[in-house]
Design a protein around this ligand. Sequence first.
Ligand SMILES: [Zn+2]
Length: 419
Amino acid sequence: MTKLRRLLAIAALLLPGTALAQKVPVLLVPDRVFTATDRVVHEGWKVLVADGRIVAVGPDVTAPAGAETRVLPGTTLLPGLIDLHVHLFLHPYNETSWNDQVMKEPLALRTARAVAHARATLMAGFTTVRDLGTEGAGDADAGLKMAIQQGIVPGPRLLIASRALVATGAYGPKGYAFDVPQGAEEVSGEGIVAAVRRQIAHGADWVKFYADYRWGPGEPSRATFSLDELKAGVAAAHDAGRKVAVHASTPEGMRRAVLAGADTIEHGNDATDAVFALMKANKVAFCPTLAATDAITRYGGWNGAAPEPEAMRAKRASYAAALQAGVTMCVGGDTGVFAHGANAREIELMAGWGMARNDALWTATAGNAAILGMSDRIGSIAPGRIADLVAVAGDPLKDLSALENVRLVMQSGNIVTNP
Ligand SMILES: [Zn+2]
C-alpha cells in the first residue's frame, strides 16, 4: 500500500461510510464464495473487481499487474444482500410508538434518523433495499435517495415507494376529533390513478397500496380498496413501468391484490392455502415479514418462550403454507419496526422456520434481485455484475448468524467498510 493509499484508507476509517474509490483492480481472496447462482459455497474461490464491476470469479482467478489483493481470512464472500421491505424513516416501536413517530417527530429529525439508518443498513452488508413508504415523512425518501446517489451520505441502493397509498380513512393515526396527518396518502375512487401518477412523478420506483387495514382499534383487518380501485391503480403503475407492492394480511385483501396484478404481497398474516395457490398461479411474490411480527410480539411482552402468542402461531402457519405452496419468496423484514442494520434477522427466521439455509441466502440475493427486475446487475457474483459484495466471518451456509459479523462491504466496486 502506498503512503497515499494508506492515508486514504485511514481517512475512510475516520469517516465511516466514506467510499474509498478503487482506482485499481481488486482481487478479493476470502476462504469461500457464495455466488448465489448455484446456491452452494465454493472453497478457495476468488473474485476480481475492476471499474465497479465483477470481472471474474473462480478458483484460478489471478491479480493483473497493478491490482490490489485483499486477503479476507476466515470469511465467506456473498453478493450484496437485499432487503425488500424496509422503512428508513421509522425506528423501532419499542423506542417510540408508530403513532408518536408520525405525529410528534419533526421531518428534519425523521430525515436525520433515516440518514443514520441508511448508513447502518449498508454497513450490515445490505447494498440494495426497497423502502416501502415514508410513513408520514412525505417524499423525503426521494431526497435521501439523491443524497446517497450523489455520495453525500452513505447508504444502500434505494428503490422507493414515496408516501404509499391507503384507502381514505382506513389508516392512521386514528381517533382524533379532526383530520390529522396520515402515515400514507389517502385516496378513493377515481383519485387513485392521479395519486399513483403523482407519487411516480415525485420519485416512486415502486407503488405501494394497503389492501386491508383495521378501521378501528381492536377490529380485525378488513379489505379496504375495492377490486376496481386496485386494478386501476396497479394498471396506472404498470403503465409507468413501476412494479406494485401490496400490504395485505387478510385472504380477501390478498385475493384482490393478486387479481389486480400486484407484483409482491407483504405480510399475509392470515393467508390461506387457497390464496397462496392463487399467488403461485399468478407469479406474485410473498414477503412474509417474519421479523416484524417477532419484534412486535416481543414489544408486547413475549420473551420468546413457549407457548407462542397467537400472532406468532398464525405467522408460522401462513409462512409454512406459503413454502408448501411453492410461492416465490421475498426477503423483507419490515425493517424499521426493529433496528436498521439488523436486516439479516429476516433471513435467519426464514431459515429457522423451514427454508433451507442456502435457499434463504439465494432468496436474499438472486431471488430478491429477480423480483426487482435487476438480475442482470445485482444479486449474484458473476462477470459483468455491479460489484456489490459483502464478506462475513464464518460460513453462513453452516450458521446464518455469520451474517451478523460483516468484515467488508463493497458497493459498486468501492470498499465502504473494512472494520
Ligand atoms: Zn412495512
